[in-house]
Ligand binder design. Structure first.
Ligand code: ADP
Length: 429
């Protein structure tokens, strides 16, 4: 329907970008996720674009520069509204980057010191709620949750107004729950009131999906929205009401692809170990990658691909480095954590490319870092988001630099049911 995307998003990390894209698709917007700022045109006509950066923990000036670059590109695509997406636990270092990036985007869109936006990480489906400006993770305040001890972004204060104010020269205010509960008109009036007091970023309380849907209309026409992925569920309604987006659009239809299915697994999480076992117990062929053989210089990649080639015509295969914690520790003790990790990632990524060269068109990858390596090895720059497989994990359709398009499912860490590999490869070949 619309020729140019309605919504342009800048996400501060890759899995966060997929999480947002997944929510937008489920709310009726056709969505493409790009890896970094694209240099080529969009691969599909869509309603929303999510640019995935890796800017959460880098130096603030670098995060600002990358975000402004993404903004410029999104503006050349003609998007109407910008969405800066961060984590639903408001992950940031003491310096930012949520404050500095928000401020830079406001300056770029409205002029220095001008403009107004919101900040709302609430994602009630995942237990993230905001009340009186305090962020809760499940039943705990953020500051009492595991986020207190996060290695990169420890969060020791749940008061978001205070956290954000420490990161920006812009004045931060609050729209409390009592106002949210009165609906969009009351929220709009509070925005005007706060702006008159010199506030340019308003933290919003929200404790349920119906709050997020109530807030949506108050964000219509706001040039910049900053939030977790939850707020996204309330936005499509604005374009549906104005006729720019079809109501009830099925947004998760992907172009067809034909070919074999394979799983490449480099995650060693408990969930992934269970998924490997379930795949094996169902009688499907699997091939273990031995990191020590890789370290010894054996042609592990070639062996794995020679093993897979004849099997691919019969059904799905699994190639995995996934191991139980004791085995991983033993390898790490001999090779070092970083070297073992990188060596396995490179091997699995090369195998993934080899599998696509041998006709695989439905590729499931387990592991966040492993997914990053595979996407890079396949030259994937954009992914169109399709139907959700398990919470937070959608099918995607991706052009590769091999000249073929594939379905990709990227599953990090502890995501997915025990049947995940079986469900995603069923009916292949
Ligand atoms: P997750 O999402 O579960 O954290 P990642 O892919 O992000 O998975 O990280 C897993 C890391 O463990 C990767 O660097 C991978 O190369 C490494 N790895 C996988 N299997 C083994 C193994 N058997 N021994 C040592 N390291 C491994």
């Amino acid at each position: 329907m619309s020729r140019t995307p309605l919504l342009g998003c800048i996400a501060d990390d890759f899995t966060g970008a997929t999480d947002l894209a997944n929510n937008l698709v489920r709310a009726g917007m056709r969505t493409v996720q790009t890896i970094g700022v694209p240099t080529e045109p969009l691969s599909a006509q869509v309603d929303a674009v999510v640019v995935a950066l890796k800017s959460r923990t880098i130096a603030p000036h670098d995060a600002v520069a990358q975000s402004l670059h993404a903004l410029q590109w999104l503006q050349t695509q003609g998007v109407g509204q910008i969405y800066f997406k961060y984590c639903s636990t408001f992950d940031s270092t003491a310096e930012g980057n949520i404050g500095p990036v928000t401020e830079a985007l406001l300056d770029a869109l409205h002029g220095p010191g001008q403009g107004f936006t919101i900040a709302c990480p609430a994602f009630p489906d995942n237990g993230r709620t905001v009340f009186k400006g305090h962020l809760f993770v499940g039943d705990e305040l953020l500051q009492d949750s595991g986020m207190r001890n996060h290695p990169l972004t420890p969060m020791a204060d749940s008061n978001l107004v205070r956290v954000l104010q420490a990161q920006t020269r812009r004045k931060v205010g609050l729209v409390p729950y009592t106002v949210i509960a009165q609906g969009a008109q009351a929220v709009r009036e509070r925005f005007a009131h706060l702006q008159a007091q010199g506030v340019s970023i308003a933290v919003l309380d929200a404790i349920s999906n119906s709050d997020l849907l109530q807030i949506g209309p108050a964000l219509e026409g706001m040039q910049l929205v900053t939030a977790g992925s939850g707020i996204a569920i309330g936005l499509p309604g604005n374009w549906q009401r104005s006729g720019q987006l079809p109501a009830q659009q099925v947004a998760d239809v992907l172009p067809a692809v034909q070919g074999g299915a394979a799983v490449v697994s480099g995650s060693c999480s408990g969930a992934t170990n269970g998924q490997v076992r379930a795949f094996q117990e169902a009688g499907h062929p699997s091939y273990a990658i031995d990191p020590m053989a890789l370290a010894a210089g054996r042609d592990v990649v070639g062996d794995a691909l020679r093993w897979a080639e004849p099997l691919l015509r019969q059904g799905p295969v699994l190639i995995y480095a996934t191991a139980e914690p004791d085995a991983v520790k033993a390898v790490q003790a001999q090779l070092g954590v970083a070297k073992a990790g990188e060596m396995v990632e490179v091997a699995l990524a090369t195998i993934a490319r080899g599998l696509v060269e041998r006709g695989v068109r439905r590729l499931v990858v387990a592991g966040g870092e492993t997914s990053g390596a595979v996407v890079q090895a396949l030259g994937v720059r954009q992914m169109q988001i399709g139907p959700q497989i398990d919470p937070g994990v959608p099918w995607t359709w991706a052009p590769t630099d091999l000249g073929v398009d594939i379905y990709l499912a990227l599953k990090s860490g502890n995501f997915g049911s025990p049947q995940f590999f079986l469900d995603t490869t069923r009916g292949s070949a």
